[in-house]
Design a protein around this ligand. Structure first.
Ligand SMILES: [Zn+2]
Ligand SMILES: [Zn+2]
Length: 73
């Protein structure tokens, strides 16, 4: 699978991930990794917040998570 954005630009790079927003393949240069916290807990006890991640393409990152789009990789 090749990076969608690289393909549009005329080069083909292998993907390292898939955008969670649009499903496009993204290479290392185009992948935007956004942190999100997941709350899990049982009926008893205090919920625990864990750090998870979301992989986005530059387009979806700019639309959904501006902070992630700003991350330079
Ligand atoms: Zn790319
Ligand atoms: Zn996307």
């Amino acid at each position: 699978m090749h990076c969608l954005d690289c393909g549009t630009a005329g080069t083909d790079s292998l993907t390292v991930g898939v955008c969670q927003g649009c499903g496009a393949g993204v290479c290392a240069a185009h992948a935007r990794v956004a942190a999100r916290s997941v709350r899990r807990g049982s009926l008893i006890g205090t919920p625990v917040e864990a750090e998870a991640r979301t992989v986005l393409c530059p387009v979806c990152a700019a639309a959904e998570a501006p902070a992630a789009a700003a991350l330079a990789r």
